[in-house]
Structure formats: structure tokens, C-alpha cells
Design a protein around this ligand. Structure first.
Ligand code: GLN
Length: 549
């Protein structure tokens, strides 16, 4: 449908329509949630949409950033380490994303520089425009290429005016100029602050941010205003007038009690209709949101509360365990309970204070992680859950801690550890994976993405999944040391799930405990509103039982 004559891209036949989402005034306005909500509404109307995120930083991917810097690193089926917004996209849309859905400045430059070294631009000066912007453009258009999606929504990370995102914005300008007007649009998200002293909502920051965007040559078609108070018509008209958009295209995004409410708020504001009108999409149905509404109804009307301890070392930062927290929300709604997550800093946990800190809880989740900090506290927490029949769920590092605890306290293997924390442990019950030993580069080299796992019948894992073959996503370098397998089995720890190709232990559990399970993979990455992760659902169910006792 659309043929664009830019260098090297003629070969592509772009079949999708493109929506770009930019942000102004401040960061953290929730562009990802607005993008995901728009995609959800389009999907509910029978239009296939996908979302991609362009991040301005120089890291090739966020895998090398620590959670304090950038929150959780989200892993896709194909093993890409990506921005946590991709998690929202999957949770909202219930469809997987991939490496193509997350691009960073680092990846763009790496590609262009590799091409330069290979001689692809021989004789030419390689420049931001057109070489970097051409590469960005190529990646921005890519997902719309094969007819799989009607609409590709692209979230531009950062805030308009940032030095770093300039090449992305410049590329949006080119695309907005080159594509037919009915094939591209820009949604700009801003903040309307409320001045308490003046009792007034202020539009000036929005005017400034739209002016800054316009100076780059990009014109927003829609302005979505984050606000704590409803916007009246007069304010909307004022914004429209000063910012050069149609009055009906200024919409409010009020603070919501849950992110899962935002699609409904956007439906009320008719964001989907505005977008479809601009993109001249005529073929759509009434929005089908039965499942979504059913989930929301349960989420908002819990019958009781369970208190779950989240034992980790990044607990000060909400975003560090994003997918786990969202999985609790999905699983809580399924069980019609409110999951109250109690953050427990593993560094502060000791054998002396463990009862006081964990005694009132209904279940413990020991979180994923890397490195030594807070490790002994995690082991103390596992021991408490195991000995007190409290529901326990260990994820990745959490599973490894369960193995170490069992080795030390049940098998009596003094000094048992993971070689990650203690390379000279006399009992390395968690060992580095063989293929990892040859690896010297840190970026993108863990065991990443989806791998199959075969589940043994008559186990808790089988009861939870109801299947003997599953697939889950991974992100780790260390594994259960199979030399100790027999010793663990003899003392009653069951390895109920293994990787069929390598025998890598994927699941451990204790049959003589009401609910004790550790998994080497990350089930939280596959939990969505419409398909909550079974492990979380059953863990919360067990916690509910424990609470009722
Ligand atoms: N650090 C551990 C490993 O690399 C666990 C990783 C994780 O929890 N994601 O195996």
C-alpha cells in the first residue's frame, strides 16, 4: 500500500499504519500504559496492533543495567533482554513480543558501525542524518512489513527535548512527512499540573512541550493530558488552540486506581475512535472487553486479603520486580483476594529476627537476583517457610536459595553454596552452566528466553500446570548441580521439571510441605490479564488456605 522512496528501504512493502507516542514535561507519565491501552482497545475492536519501544540510552539492551537504574529487565520468548514496558504490552495484549519490539540507541549505532566496518558505506561520511536515522526508520517500520499487524504503535522513550532522543524524533518527523497522512499519526502525552494554592490546572508546561516538539517538525495529532483533576471544555479548547490540534483531540488521562483501568478510561475519552478516524480505519466492531471487565470486577471486589512477603534486595524500587507484582495482581483477581505485598529486605533478615519479620505473613516469594548482597537473609527466609509449612515460591535465584538451604540444613552439607557467591564452596550445589564457562562477554550471554520443560506426573508442578510439557522463559548463568541430585532425592526434594535436552533441573518441590516450589525460570514474564501464570494462581490459593487456618 505504501511505497516510500528512502534509501535501502524500497524493498519493503509497509502494510501497517503507524502511531507514535511521545512524552513531554516530565518522565514517568505512563506512555507505556497509554500505548498498551490504545493497542488493547484496537485489539478489542478486531484490529491487530503491536507496540514497540525505542529507548534513547547507549546500552545495546537493558540487560547490563541494574534494576536501580532501569527497573526490571523483561525477557521475551526469543530471549531478548528488554525494557519493562514490553511486559505491559504483553500483559495487556496477551500476545508475545520479540527483540524487534525494543530498540535502543546502542543497538542502532552498533548496527551502523558494524556496517561501516564491513565497508557498506565505502567512500561516504557516516552521519546521524541519514545513516543513523535510516537505521532507526528501518527498525520503526519493520514490524509493519509482513501484514501481521494493522497498526504498529511506537513508544519513544524519554521526554521531548532530551538530547538523547533527538535522532528518534527526527526520524518520526521524516516518517510523518513521507507517509500518506492517513497512515501515520503522533500522540503526545503531557502533564497538566494542579496548583493547590491557586486551585488551578496549568496548561503552560504542555504548551511548551508541544512547542518544543513542533520545533523539531513533528506535529501531534492528539494530546493526552495526565491530570489529577478532570479537564473542563475550556481548558481543552485552550490547549487545542495553543497547540494546533483539533479540540476533540485533547483528551484527559485521569489518575486511575489500577493501570488495568486505563483502557476503559481511554475508551471513555474515545482515544480509539480518534485514532481510527485519523488513520481512516473503517472496518471495526464494538469493543469486546468481556474478559477484561470480568478481571477488573474481581480485582476491585476482593473477598479477603493475603499477605505475601517479597524477599529481595531491590525492594526500595517498585519497578525492580514489576512482572512479579503484576502477576500477583492477576493471580489475586483469579482467587478473589487482594494480595498485599510486604517488601522484606533480605539484607535485614537474620535467624534472630526472622519470626518477627515473617511470622504474620501467609506466603513467601524469594525473588530473582544476582550477586552476594542479601543472600544469607534469603536462605533464612526459605528455612522459615520450609520449617513452618508456610507457602513458599522461589524464582530463579529464589529457587537456587531453596536448594542451598536444603543442602545445608537437611543434607547437612556445611558451606553448600552457589559458585556465583562462593567459587570455592566445598559443596557447589549450584554450579555455573557448562556453556557459560566459555563466555567472556557479559551482554546478552545468559541462558535467555523460552525453553521447554518436561514435568513429572504426580507432582505439585503437574497439578499446577495440568501438563507434562510446558515452556517458560529464562535468564540465568547458574544451575542445579546434578552431581547432588541423588542426595537431594533421597532426602525428599523432588525435581519435578527438567529440560529434556540437557537434564537441567527446572523445578524443585517438597511433597511433604503444603506448598513449596522453586523454579529456575521466570513464570512472571508470561502472566497476563487473560492468562495469569498458573504458579502464581496456585501460590496465592495456597496462601489463602494458610491464612484461613
Ligand atoms: N544469579 C542467578 C543466575 O545467574 C539467578 C539469576 C536470576 O535470578 N535471574 O543463575
Amino acid at each position: 500500500m505504501v511505497g516510500i522512496a528512502f534509501s535501502k528501504l524500497d524493498a519493503f512493502n509497509f502494510m501497517a499504519k503507524y502511531v507514535f507516542v511521545t512524552g513531554g514535561v516530565t518522565s514517568s507519565l505512563g506512555k507505556g500504559i497509554i500505548a498498551a491501552s490504545l493497542a488493547k482497545l484496537l485489539q478489542a475492536r478486531g484490529i491487530t496492533a503491536t507496540i514497540q519501544k525505542f529507548d534513547p540510552y547507549i546500552n545495546v539492551d537493558p540487560g547490563t543495567l541494574n534494576p536501580y537504574e532501569h527497573g526490571e529487565c523483561y525477557v521475551t520468548e526469543d530471549g531478548a533482554e528488554t525494557d519493562l514496558d514490553l511486559g505491559h504490552y504483553e500483559r495487556f495484549l496477551n500476545t508475545p513480543t520479540s527483540q524487534a519490539n525494543n530498540v535502543t540507541t546502542g543497538r542502532i549505532y552498533q548496527t551502523v558501525i558494524n556496517k561501516e566496518r564491513a565497508g557498506e558505506f565505502l567512500g561516504k561520511t557516516v552521519q546521524v542524518v541519514p545513516h543513523i536515522t535510516d537505521e532507526i526508520k528501518h527498525r520503526m517500520m519493520l514490524l509493519g512489513q509482513d501484514g501481521k499487524f494493522d497498526v504498529v504503535i511506537t513508544e519513544i522513550g524519554g521526554t521531548v527535548g532530551d538530547i538523547e532522543s533527538t535522532p528518534f524524533i527526527e526520524t518520526v518527523r521524516q516518517i510523518q512527512w513521507e507517509l500518506p497522512t492517513e497512515d501515520v499519526m503522533v500522540v503526545h502525552l503531557t502533564l497538566i499540573p494542579y496548583l493547590n494554592a491557586a486551585k488551578e490546572l496549568k496548561t503552560k508546561p504542555t504548551q511548551h512541550s508541544v512547542r518544543m516538539l513542533s520545533e523539531t517538525g513533528v506535529h501531534p495529532d492528539v494530546i493526552v493530558c495526565r491530570t489529577e483533576h478532570p479537564l473542563n471544555d475550556e481548558i481543552k479548547r485552550k490547549i487545542a488552540l495553543f497547540c494546533n490540534v483539533k479540540a476533540g483531540n485533547v483528551i484527559e488521562s485521569l489518575d486511575a486506581s489500577t493501570i488495568y483501568e486505563v483502557p476503559l478510561l481511554m475508551l471513555k475519552e474515545q482515544l480509539d475512535l480518534i485514532v481510527m478516524k485519523k488513520l481512516q480505519i473503517q472496518n471495526y466492531k464494538e469493543p469486546e472487553l468481556t474478559k477484561w471487565n470480568g478481571f477488573l470486577a474481581k480485582l476491585k471486589n476482593p473477598k479477603s486479603t493475603v499477605n505475601i512477603g517479597l524477599i529481595g534486595k531491590y525492594i526500595e524500587l517498585q519497578d525492580a520486580y514489576k512482572s512479579i507484582l503484576e502477576s500477583f495482581i492477576h493471580a489475586g483477581a483469579m482467587n478473589e483476594v487482594k494480595v498485599n505485598v510486604v517488601n522484606v529486605h533480605s539484607e535485614n533478615l537474620t535467624a534472630e529476627n526472622v519470626k518477627e519479620q515473617l511470622g504474620a505473613l501467609d506466603g513467601l516469594l524469594v525473588a530473582p537476583g544476582f550477586g552476594n548482597r542479601g543472600i544469607e537473609g534469603k536462605i533464612v527466609a526459605v528455612q522459615y517457610a520450609r520449617e513452618n509449612n508456610m507457602p513458599f515460591f522461589g524464582i530463579c535465584l529464589g529457587m537456587q536459595m531453596a536448594v542451598i538451604e536444603f543442602a545445608r540444613n537437611v543434607l547437612g552439607l556445611q558451606g553448600a553454596h552457589s559458585v556465583e557467591m562462593d567459587p570455592n564452596s566445598p559443596h557447589p550445589v549450584i554450579n555455573m552452566m557448562e556453556e557459560q564457562k566459555r563466555i567472556t562477554m557479559m551482554g546478552g550471554t545468559m541462558r535467555l528466553g523460552a525453553y521447554p520443560c518436561v514435568i513429572q506426573k504426580d507432582t505439585l508442578a503437574y497439578k499446577i500446570y495440568g501438563a507434562t510439557e510446558i515452556s517458560e522463559r529464562h535468564r540465568h548463568r547458574y544451575e542445579f548441580n546434578n552431581e547432588y541430585l541423588k542426595a537431594f532425592q533421597d532426602k525428599g526434594m523432588v525435581n519435578s521439571g527438567i529440560n529434556p535436552a540437557t537434564n537441567l533441573v527446572e523445578i524443585v518441590e517438597l511433597p511433604n510441605h503444603p506448598f513449596f516450589i522453586g523454579v529456575q525460570y521466570h513464570p512472571e514474564l508470561k502472566s497476563t490479564v487473560e492468562q495469569p501464570a498458573p504458579l502464581f494462581v496456585h501460590f496465592i490459593e495456597a496462601a489463602k488456605k494458610y491464612a484461613n487456618k
